[in-house]
Design a protein around this ligand. Structure first.
Ligand SMILES: Cc1cc2nc3c(=O)[nH]c(=O)nc-3n(C[C@H](O)[C@H](O)[C@H](O)COP(=O)(O)O)c2cc1C
Length: 212
């Protein structure tokens, strides 16, 4: 009986996260610092208040700022080479991992559990502070979406990922959130977790939270 109850509890907890999440509409009229003030003050943060998580509204806002649908259905907040929109954005939380699907404004469920450690780094290079940030956004170049391969395509992918990452940097600074753009992460573990192939390249990540 005890075992049965335990199993039901585990199943219920899994159901709570093992599904897609509908995001609230991004707050595009939100109060924020001016662009010039944001540029003047933007800085990397590596010390996060681990007691302060992000609301779903905040996650929606930051995903939208990163690479959401902008002036019309065909365009994004971040520019991309030939408008191929090949940067995919994965959201690592304390509970699960999702992919942000901009046109639907949802988080598509990818994996159960807290996998922020593989974003923090490898045994050779680990940045523990990442575990204090409630959310990490991981950018993946998808060459299949880009429709081209080779060095040039990879270079465009890197530039486009930089655009997404800088959107996150500037947005966070403008609304009082904290972040740092990072290349460190356990690329192989991320590939394995997300089922990525050779044409998908984890390239950058941004932990996000509140500064301590
Ligand atoms: C491509 C790139 C990779 C980076 N990788 C890391 C990283 O792995 N870990 C880290 O703590 N900071 C990383 N940074 C942040 C830089 O160290 C930081 O932007 C730089 O020191 C300037 O500081 P500022 O952002 O406060 O102006 C990276 C920045 C860029 C642009």
């Amino acid at each position: 009986m005890k075992y049965l109850l335990f199993t039901i509890m585990i199943a219920l907890t899994s159901c709570a996260t093992a599904q897609n999440v509908e995001l609230p509409a991004p707050q595009t009229e939100q109060k924020s610092l001016s662009m010039v003030e944001t540029l003047k003050t933007r800085h990397s943060v590596r010390d996060y208040d681990k007691e302060k998580s992000l609301t779903l509204q905040e996650i929606s806002n930051v995903c939208w700022a990163a690479n959401g649908v902008s002036r019309d259905a065909e365009h994004r907040t971040a520019p991309s080479a030939m408008n191929r929109q090949e940067i995919r954005l994965f959201v690592f939380t304390e509970k699960a991992v999702y992919e942000y699907i901009a046109p639907e404004n949802i988080l598509e469920f990818k994996a159960e559990g807290d996998h922020r450690r593989i974003v923090a780094g490898t045994s050779e290079r680990m940045q523990e502070f990442v575990l204090d940030a409630p959310v990490s956004l991981v950018m993946v170049i998808d060459l299949e979406k880009f429709g081209m391969e080779g060095e040039k395509a990879r270079m465009f992918g890197c530039v486009d990922a930089g655009n997404v990452s800088e959107n996150i940097n500037l947005y966070c600074q403008s609304v009082g959130l904290a972040t740092v753009p990072r290349a460190t992460m356990d690329e192989e573990a991320i590939r394995a977790l997300l089922g990525l192939g050779e044409k998908q390249i984890p390239i950058m990540n941004n932990p996000i939270g509140y500064a301590k």
